[in-house]
Design a protein around this ligand. Sequence first.
Ligand SMILES: [Fe+2]
Ligand SMILES: [Fe+2]
Length: 178
Amino acid sequence: MRKVTLEKLYKHPIVQKYVGRSGMAHAIAVAEHAFYIATKNGVNPDIATKAGLLHDIGHYKWYQDGKWDFELYRENDIHAIKGAARAHKLLVRSGEDMQIAKEIAVAILLHTDSYLPGGYLELSPLQQVVAEADEADEEPSGAHHYRTIEPTEALQRIIQLDIKIKRQLESNDLEQTS
Ligand SMILES: [Fe+2]
Ligand SMILES: [Fe+2]
């Protein structure tokens, strides 16, 4: 049983504020990609979609004279670190299982290596799903952060994803018991 749905997270004011800041359309598209990549790879779609929806919740506004300053962003950004902590607090307060909250937070922490000095990260299957889902929705010059979505369409797509996740988890349970 899922303790927290995507719909509950989506409607939370913290999600509306901070995920809205980096682009709700992008976040929902990444959650959808995460669902498909997760189910193809035997990764739990509930955890993957939550990490997908929340992966950019740590963004700060890097504005200079009313415009997004990419140089400032590149030099100072820690959105994955901030996002991991912010998502973890939100999930725990929303009643999420502590183990799941941790897995989501770590997947958010590792969805990009932009804040790390050059190196090699060995990602777990879940972490790989979230990073791939994010890449799948990326557009040149960060345009994916500016795509907009009507709130009614956003909520509808979130509810559809919740239905698909529930079905997928039920069919996984059936496979395990048969
Ligand atoms: Fe990101
Ligand atoms: Fe992203």
